[in-house]
Design a protein around this ligand. Structure first.
Ligand code: ADP
Ligand code: ZN
Ligand code: ZN
Length: 755
């Protein structure tokens, strides 16, 4: 019997303290319970993250009481946290934390209801302001006092006069007072206190009109039928919906969700980076706009208060459709009918801190446990999903054509090596691209230029001595940002002033190599002085609503050419974009990652999908120095199957995913020799612990061998089943008796990035 609870107290979220569970509470306390515990001289609220029967501390204090009826975590979500902990080798407490937003854990109020104070307008209108006899400046009504009321009480009335009602908690702050004058006012009949749940609406001011379901195209109708079959099945299945960009996947999701609602069930929709795709969210909100409270949105740019409210609306069963990024998968929707993972191939579904879970894989798991169908939608399935579909583990549905049979854009590959030979110099843009942009400007159509590298140039090189500016803390080159005249490390964020002469030889000449979006914008502005040009990357999009504003301008045609990083690659639907230029996707191919080809193929397909979504056909121009690379050639021919065949052959030969699961162990620390030594002993113990089902690669420096001053070493393991690897890792880590202080170790199961 577990007699000790690990409690994360509200004061210090990231630490937990052990408490005894008194007899009378033993049946009431579970993981996820909200409790009140003694803490120093006071009592604070906290949240049970673990149960155990031993503690490193003597003389534990007992838990005071349990707050609220319901645990914050539903049973199935708790099960999911357990699965994550064992599959991804992450501490259970850690997983429990990930399934609850921080603000919900912290503000573990027993009830979501809060006290609301309303002004009794009739009564209050009879109040008379006293003549300002001594102090108050006459123009500041706020400091005037009412006859028969104290200064504090008057301040409360003044605050309420503006809004008529306020939350008690907000009112005490606004009136700079405590609850006591408000209670007195209640006795006087001037205000009323009521329990109310007032939700902050993150979409206030955004007007949304309800849309009706569209008549489905034949392929969509088949897809919807299969999804509904999967939902109705005794054992609901996972469906891989492989639909070209513009094939109308979203419409299929919407109608499947409507079906779930008819069955009295809810739905969760995951999208990769919600802040970047306000359009998608709007489409969901619009479809269910007759009862907008049914839809909850969870994403990173919500304020804490908004997130708290959205979460509690879900927990209370008011919101049953949840749209959000990765962690929305853990939304406490009860009775789920459908989970959609849109753009399932996106690497952002993998969390890059512990627990390093894949929201896509965890979604499939949640579907199994809660008996609900899961739809993985994408134009370019991850090879893992594709294989699962081909092997019959998932149901495969494809929608190869665009809605209304609009043609897929033609993709032209321009060999920049030839361009260079022809002109004797390496320009940034090919003649073709420039010509086609002119044509778009003449026809008042829009162009998108895509380059996955922000900044002005990826390195500053001295032509005289060959000096290259590198980060002091990381083994990467610094990127030159011209507008700010600074060199910035895109790995650690460190920045410094750009030198005006070479630090090595003093030369005043610098060469910039590897253009970034900032440079593209500058050159474009010179080439097309009359065009309206805008840039969208993480440098220009720092402000909260910057995306939405810029995209609205683009939609309204106020921008002719939009330049951007991957932010513009996905999910955007602008009918007037008829040309997409892709500048040098090659450097992604040179990355030390076995998925590089897959990434480039996906990227080109996604980017191409931005063109020709309206009446006019679209066109894509890809400028590259490696025109014959299979990823580029298969993308040009839009030949997904062809790409898969050759890529899968290579993966199979080398025993890489999807033919194996992969675990990446990274050790890091400031002292290189210590990191290496620890890595070697870990490798030694791993060798002892692994069975012959595991392919263990020796310890090597990571591709980015230093980050933020820490040296990094890696061990890769591959096996058909993850369990045999995690088993060995547990044993090897335990075998190292004393783990050196200066060395940190991360274990990434099903790693997406090996850098
Ligand atoms: P995807 O998500 O597959 O890229 P979308 O769902 O964004 O495709 O659909 C592309 C466009 O086609 C959208 O503007 C959408 O409103 C429209 N559309 C989708 N389905 C239909 C349909 N059945 N009839 C008419 N238009 C549709
Ligand atoms: Zn030099
Ligand atoms: Zn750095």
């Amino acid at each position: 019997m577990n007699r000790i609870a690990k409690v994360a107290v509200d004061l210090s979220l990231d630490r937990e303290f052990d408490y005894l569970i008194p007899d009378e509470l033993i049946s009431k306390i579970e993981i996820g319970s909200r409790v009140e515990v003694p803490f120093g001289k006071r009592h604070v609220n906290g949240f049970v993250v673990g149960l155990t029967d031993e503690s490193d501390f003597d003389e534990l204090k007992p838990i005071g009481k349990v707050l609220g009826e319901k645990s914050l975590i539903t049973e199935p979500v708790m099960e999911l946290a357990r699965w994550m902990s064992s599959y991804y080798l992450a501490p259970f407490e850690n997983c429990v934390r990930s399934v609850l937003p921080a603000v919900v854990r912290r503000k573990a109020h027993g009830e979501k209801q809060q006290l609301m104070v309303s002004l009794n307008v009739d009564e209050a209108s009879r109040l008379v302001l006293q003549k300002p006899e001594h102090v108050a400046p006459a123009n500041e009504a706020g400091s005037l006092v009412y006859e028969g009321l104290t200064e504090k009480q008057s301040a409360v009335i003044h605050c309420l006069e503006k809004t008529n009602s306020m939350l008690l908690s907000e009112l005490t702050v606004a009136a700079e007072t405590t609850a006591s004058p408000i209670k007195t006012l209640e006795k006087k009949g001037l205000v009323t206190l009521s329990k109310e749940s007032i939700y902050r609406n993150p979409h206030e001011g955004v007007e949304i009109l309800k849309t009706a379901p569209l008549t489905l195209m034949p392929e969509q109708a088949v897809a919807l039928k299969k999804v509904i079959e999967a939902m109705d099945a005794e054992k609901p299945e996972t469906v891989l919906l492989h639909g070209a960009t513009g094939s109308g996947k979203t419409e299929v999701y919407l109608q499947a969700i409507a079906y779930a609602l008819e069955q009295g069930k809810g739905a969760i929709v995951l999208v990769p980076e919600i802040a970047l795709t306000p359009q998608t969210v709007d489409r969901f909100r619009a479809r269910f706009a007759d009862k907008p409270e049914r839809v909850a949105v969870l994403h990173s740019s919500l304020s804490d208060g908004e997130r708290y409210d959205e979460w509690h609306r879900i927990r209370a069963g008011e919101a049953v459709i949840v749209i959000g990024a990765r962690s929305a998968l853990f939304a406490p929707v009860e009775n789920i009918g459908l989970i959609v993972v849109d753009e399932e191939h996106e690497p952002t579904y993998k969390q890059d801190e512990a627990p390093r879970y894949s929201a896509r894989d965890a979604a499939v798991m949640r579907g199994h446990r809660e008996n609900c169908a899961v739809v993985l939608g994408t134009a370019t399935p991850a090879l893992e999903s594709y294989c699962n579909a081909k092997s019959g583990k998932y149901t495969y549905v494809d929608m190869p054509s665009r809605v209304d049979n609009r043609k897929m854009p033609e993709i032209r590959v321009v060999d920049m090596r030839l361009e260079g030979q022809r002109d004797g110099k390496h320009g940034l843009f090919s003649k073709e691209l420039i010509y086609e942009i002119h044509a778009r400007l003449d026809r008042v159509e829009q162009t998108m230029i895509f380059l996955n590298r922000r900044g002005f140039s990826s390195s500053l090189v001295c032509p005289d001595c060959g000096y290259v500016s590198e980060c002091e803390h990381c083994s990467v080159k610094l990127t030159y940002h011209k507008a700010r005249n600074r060199l910035i490390c895109h790995t650690c964020g460190d920045e410094r002033a750009a030198p005006d002469r070479c630090p090595e030889c003093g030369s005043k000449e610098f060469k910039y190599s590897g253009a970034g979006t900032e440079k593209i914008e500058e050159v474009m502005a010179k080439l097309f002085p009359k065009a309206n040009i805008a840039r969208m990357d993480s440098d220009t999009m720092r402000k909260k609503n910057a995306h939405r504003e810029l995209l609205t301008k683009f939609r309204l045609g106020k921008i002719d050419i939009l330049i951007g990083t991957q932010m513009i690659a996905k999910g955007l639907d602008f009918p007037n974009v008829t040309l997409v230029g892709v500048v040098n996707p090659d450097h992604a191919l040179h990355m030390a990652d076995f998925r590089a080809g897959e990434r480039v193929f996906q990227l080109l397909t996604q980017v191409a999908g931005r063109a020709g979504r309206g009446q006019v056909e679209g066109e894509v121009i890809v400028q590259t120095y490696t025109p014959h690379h299979p990823a580029i050639q298969f993308a040009r021919r839009m030949d997904f199957d062809g790409f898969c065949d050759q890529e899968l052959a290579f993966r199979k030969e080398l025993f890489y995913p999807p033919y194996a699961h992969l675990t990446c162990i990274t050790l890091r620390g400031k002292q290189e020799s210590l990191v290496e030594k620890t890595g070697e002993s870990l490798f030694y113990y791993l060798e002892q612990a692994v069975s012959d089902e595991v392919m263990l690669s020796p310890l090597v420096p990571a591709p980015i061998s230093r980050v933020r001053g820490e040296y990094r070493y890696q061990i890769l393991m591959r096996a058909k089943k993850t369990g045999v690897m995690t088993h060995a890792v547990r044993r090897a880590v335990a075998a190292i008796k004393k783990w050196p202080k200066g060395v940190k170790c991360t274990i990434d199961v099903d790693a997406m990035s090996l850098l």
